[in-house]
Design a protein around this ligand. Structure first.
Ligand SMILES: O[C@H]1[C@H](O)[C@@H](O)[C@H](O)[C@@H](O)[C@H]1O
Length: 533
């Protein structure tokens, strides 16, 4: 490809292609520019994706490891931690993630995806060292906060980066790999927790170990490219061409050139839409345009349900819950939960595009609620005192085993449904407000996560385990009603269709009609996640 290919040339070419003599767009011209997507994909983009997904692993590891730490930290910070202190060191990470996600979301366009991931690596490493060397609650809290900043930025940037370096036919699966590595990281953290359970000061190795994948990620990232979209957006067209050649090793020079024009078109479009308008203006559009507001309610509402249903009370505190009901190797029992979460994330990955988001959600959320009701009943028969200890002499009987079974069922339905599907809702937003809408969704995630993390133990003490899980069961059942009325099925729809359905209320009926029409026309149900550039 010639070196004179600049952003301006590409723009001119796009304009030329875009119009006929009458100024009408030529049908299918944009698709023609993307024929490189049909070529055989090489190993490169998979290696880049697996590397970036280490960011997801760190997110999972650092959120999951607190469970074992809380069991083994005992009085190493100078005194035995009270319930509210345990809640503080747990929820401060979610608080950090809230701000980390906002900062990363606001700066990633300007500084690039890779820089944001490097900053995440630095935060993970600094946080790990601060925690591992902590002898006071204050230092531990700061360490957890710093790690939280890293978690938030990884949660916001890694899926974005993967989406931009992956060929569209594998995009859904590659982003799914990030979800798998979050739950995989939680599983690894439980495994490490169990492995260091009987080592003196073992919790320091658990938290310090979080620095290892962060350093590995930082080193491997040196071999990864900046995303072509970012490069083009900063007029680095030649560099973008190099990256595109590596992602699509079987593309011709012409196809590489076309791909650049294709991305340039989308970049210019996005710039034109938000031209001269500040971020606040875009955020305002989410609220003042009724269709946008409804999309925001659906996306953020689903995310809030996915957190307020109490799932992370298990990820963060399940060893405490299982020691409460009498199991004497609670971290090992908790590992079952993390393993089920990991395995069923994979089930979600396989089903979500085929079955559709709404159907999966409606089916799984009600069973989550029913499973929790079984746990509520079982807890009634376990003699737990107000200070969260068992009555002396109590043993692990059938109620404790029933709690474990109910919780495993709940987790399986969670991760095969709402746990991962909630992250897909960015597809509900029209392009001009998508990045800000996604940021709002991420903020909702961490804000509601903080509520669960910071209230769970107090709630157990004050309203008993049955009351606490009864509350979460109620959220699931209310969530079912909310999804039924407010969450339309958008799998495989064009952005225009999605815009139309939200201009008619929440568009559940309209979406059904469009889905039926699509089926009748035999159009393939393709994930919108994989359809965006
Ligand atoms: O998608 C993730 C996943 O399910 C994690 O296991 C959970 O900790 C997160 O809160 C959730 O958003």
């Amino acid at each position: 490809m010639s070196s004179q290919l600049s952003l301006n040339d590409a723009k001119t070419d796009v304009q030329h292609l875009e119009t006929t003599g009458t100024g009408e767009p030529q049908p299918g011209w944009l698709d023609q520019l993307d024929s490189i997507e049909q070529t055989e994909t090489g190993l490169y983009s998979w290696l880049v994706t697996v590397t970036a997904a280490l960011g997801g692993l760190l997110f999972g590891y650092d959120t999951g490891i607190i469970a074992a730490v809380l069991v083994y930290i005992r009085s190493d910070l100078g005194h035995t931690l009270s319930s509210s202190e345990k809640e503080l060191v747990t929820s401060i990470t979610s608080g950090g993630a809230f701000f980390g996600a906002i900062c990363a979301g606001l700066t990633a366009d300007h500084y690039g995806r890779k820089k944001a991931i490097y900053v995440g690596c630095a935060l993970f490493s600094i946080g790990a060292v601060l925690q591992a060397s902590a002898f006071s609650l204050a230092q531990m809290t700061v360490g957890r906060l710093v790690v939280g900043f890293g978690v938030g930025s990884a949660a916001a940037i890694v899926p974005l980066y993967i989406a931009e370096v992956s060929p569209s036919k594998y995009r859904g699966r590659m982003i799914g790999l990030d979800n798998m590595s979050i739950t995989g990281g939680q599983l690894v953290s439980y495994g490490i927790g169990a492995a260091f359970a009987y080592v003196k000061g073992g919790w320091r190795y658990m938290v310090g170990g979080g620095a290892i994948p962060a350093v590995v990620l930082a080193i491997l990232l040196l071999f990864c490219p900046e995303s072509p979209r970012q490069l083009i957006s900063h007029n680095k067209t030649e560099e973008a061409a190099e990256v595109i050649r590596k992602i699509y090793p079987n593309g011709t020079d012409q196809q590489v050139e076309d791909k650049i024009k294709h991305i340039t078109h989308h970049v210019s479009l996005a710039k034109a839409i938000n031209d001269g308008k500040g971020r606040w203006w875009i955020i305002k559009q989410l609220y003042v345009v009724p269709a946008n507001l409804r999309a925001l309610i659906s996306a953020c509402g689903l995310m809030a349900i996915s957190q307020l249903c109490g799932f992370n009370s298990l990820i963060y505190y399940s060893p405490l819950v299982f020691s409460l009901v009498g199991f004497n190797n609670p971290v090992a029992v908790g590992t079952i939960i993390a393993a089920v979460n990991f395995i069923f994330t994979f089930v979600n990955l396989i089903l979500v595009d085929r079955v559709g988001r709404r159907r999966i959600l409606l089916c799984t959320v009600q069973f989550m609620g029913f499973a929790l009701i079984i746990a509520v009943v079982a807890f009634i028969y376990i003699p737990i005192r107000h200070d969260l200890t068992l009555e002396p002499g109590a043993t692990v009987g059938w109620p404790a085993k029933l709690v474990l079974v109910a919780v495993v069922i709940y987790v399986a339905f969670y991760s095969s449904g709402i746990g991962n599907t909630a992250w897909l809702s960015s597809e509900l937003f029209p392009m001009e407000v998508r990045s800000m809408g996604t940021m709002m969704m991420t903020c909702t995630c961490w804000a509601s996560n903080i509520i669960v993390a910071s209230t769970f133990l107090t709630q157990l003490e004050n309203t008993t385990p049955s009351g606490t899980y009864g509350f979460y069961a109620a959220i699931c059942l209310l969530g079912y009603v909310a999804i039924y009325f407010c969450y339309p099925e958008v799998a495989g729809m064009t952005l225009e269709d999605i815009r139309v359905i939200f201009s008619h209320g929440f568009g559940v009926q309209e979406a059904r009609i469009i889905q039926q029409r699509m089926k009748a026309e035999g159009s393939a149900v393709v994930s919108q996640t994989s359809a965006t550039v």
